[in-house]
Design a protein around this ligand. Structure first.
Ligand code: UDX
Length: 469
């Protein structure tokens, strides 16, 4: 592997759905010849021993995570204030370290909008990573217009109406906060959206975990609206494989322990028979919803693998609300784990469908394996992703009326066993092919990655490290 003699500094947002793609990007750029330094918060810090080819630098921002504040945006605001000073000190230290290669640029999560000012103060080029879809970013960038035209804040009476500027989205699909909750003042959230969009426009380039064939329209419009180059180089977890010529994806960045017993359990199930269920790392269910999910799964008569993260059920440690003997009565047809090796589950031949909260990583990972989805979006970008899965790519179904056991059972059966789902499965297999093609030589992501590497190397960093002998 030819080394480029340049170091890149990456700064992931400390949430699972953001750490994963940032570390995947770090691996991609490492295989392209760059040395990698990761600056990370002490909260949710990645495990350095799983990535021994990077150097890790913790900052002491003094934060703890509360689910509510993640959902109402308070967490984001805290991150963007508490990290400012420790991040600046850490970056200054790295820039002045002459024992390492010179730093070419900073790559920060787009939600860390404060990093624009810091990078500018060091005259260091800054790229921005969008960890979710280009389409949802495009919608966020249009928030001023959507507010002017009365779509936002979302009113209960309008939620089913179409957003004519963004077909096929309905008002309730907009990535607003938290869907239709009037108890939260949306003004602070809008301010954050403006900041993250504007500070992205002021960066040296936007890196997206997507590919052209998937989100062509949003990428084209963003390209017209943003005065910076855009690099759709995803799907990252597959790009790593293509870049490293290795047959297995790089080490996991899971913040929780992955329960490998689910892989041996999957091996005991018939081909494409299992519905894999996970609602990601942030979403919560109340106890009623949790029980509806449990009974919907049980009544569907399909084998299921269900990730119940500790804390998923509001007010419970783990499985306490489940009726006594629930799993035992299913005679091995159901398996529940606290956290799964999701990429291995999705690639497993026994997995037939994915019931997901439509987080972008999960959506993309499912698309890459041709696994059709059932979507239960909970917040922000997930609503857009779910609508695209069901109405644009048409590779899944959305549960439209909340979580109710009869509808869950019906939807699972419709997707897993009924004839009318054949077309969905066919389209999912075709989309998988497109996801693979974009990574091949001269594929769109392959070319975008080459162009990103050239762009990074073409930018001169005028930071004080430039005065090195
Ligand atoms: C959050 C937001 O919810 C999401 O909408 C946004 O796009 C990114 O940040 P999260 O809720 O965690 O992320 O969902 P998702 O984007 O799907 O990311 C979850 C990641 O955790 C995936 O990479 C998935 O493979 C991994 N995962 C999930 C596991 O490894 N094991 C599990 O059991 C569940």
């Amino acid at each position: 592997m030819e080394r480029k003699g340049r170091r890149l500094v990456l700064f992931p947002l400390p949430l699972q759905g953001h750490v994963n793609p940032m570390l995947e990007l770090a691996n991609i750029l490492y295989y392209k010849g760059f040395s990698i330094s990761i600056i990370h918060t002490s909260l949710n810090s990645p495990n350095p021993s799983k990535h021994s080819h990077f150097t890790f630098h913790a900052i002491n921002e003094g934060l703890s995570v509360s689910k509510t504040s993640v959902i109402d945006g308070g967490f984001l605001s805290l991150l963007n204030t508490k990290c400012v000073e420790p991040f600046k000190e850490c970056l200054a230290r790295l820039l002045s370290d002459v024992s390492e290669e010179p730093i070419a640029c900073l790559i920060s999560d787009c939600l860390f909008y404060f990093t624009r000012a810091t990078a500018e103060s060091f005259k260091l080029p800054r790229f921005v990573l969008r960890t979710s879809s280009a389409t949802s970013f495009h919608v966020l960038a249009a928030f001023p217009i959507l507010r002017e035209r009365g779509y936002l804040p979302i009113q209960d009476s309008q939620k089913e109406e179409p957003v004519v500027e963004f077909p096929p989205l309905r008002v309730k699909d907009l990535p607003a906060l938290p869907a239709i909750d009037t108890s939260v003042d949306p003004t602070a959230f809008y301010q954050q959206v403006y900041s993250l969009v504007n500070e992205t426009k002021a960066s040296s380039g936007l890196i997206c975990n997507t590919f052209e064939d998937l989100e062509q329209s949003a990428l084209t419009t963003l390209g017209l609206d943003f005065p910076i180059p855009i690099f759709p180089i995803g799907p990252f977890h597959k790009t790593i494989l293509a870049s490293s010529s290795s047959s297995s994806s790089s080490s996991s960045s899971s913040l929780l322990n992955e329960d490998q017993t689910c892989i041996s359990w999957l091996a005991t199930q018939p081909h494409k028979s299992v519905i894999y269920v996970s609602f990601g790392s942030i979403a919560e269910l109340n106890e009623t919803e949790f029980l509806e999910v449990a009974w919907g799964l049980a009544n569907s008569n399909q084998p299921f693998l269900w990730v119940v993260r500790p804390g998923l059920v509001h007010g419970s440690e783990w499985l306490e609300p489940l009726p006594h003997g629930f799993l035992e009565n299913l005679n091995g047809r159901g398996k529940i784990v606290k956290w799964a090796p999701q990429l291995q589950v999705l690639v497993h031949p026994s997995t037939g469908a994915f019931w997901t909260h439509s987080g972008w990583n999960s959506t993309l990972e499912s698309i890459c394996e041709g696994v059709p989805m059932i979507c239960t979006p909970r917040l922000v970008d997930q609503m857009v992703n779910a609508r695209y899965v069901s109405h644009v790519w048409k590779v899944g179904l959305q549960l439209e009326n909340g979580l109710e056991r009869a509808e869950i059972e019906k939807t699972i059966r419709k997707l897993m066993v009924e004839k009318e789902s054949e077309e969905i499965k066919y389209r999912a297999s075709k989309l998988k092919e497109k996801a693979n093609l974009c990574l091949k030589q001269d594929g769109s992501s392959y070319k975008a990655l080459d162009s990103l590497v050239s762009h990074i190397l073409s930018l001169e960093s005028f930071s004080f490290q430039a005065q090195r002998p």
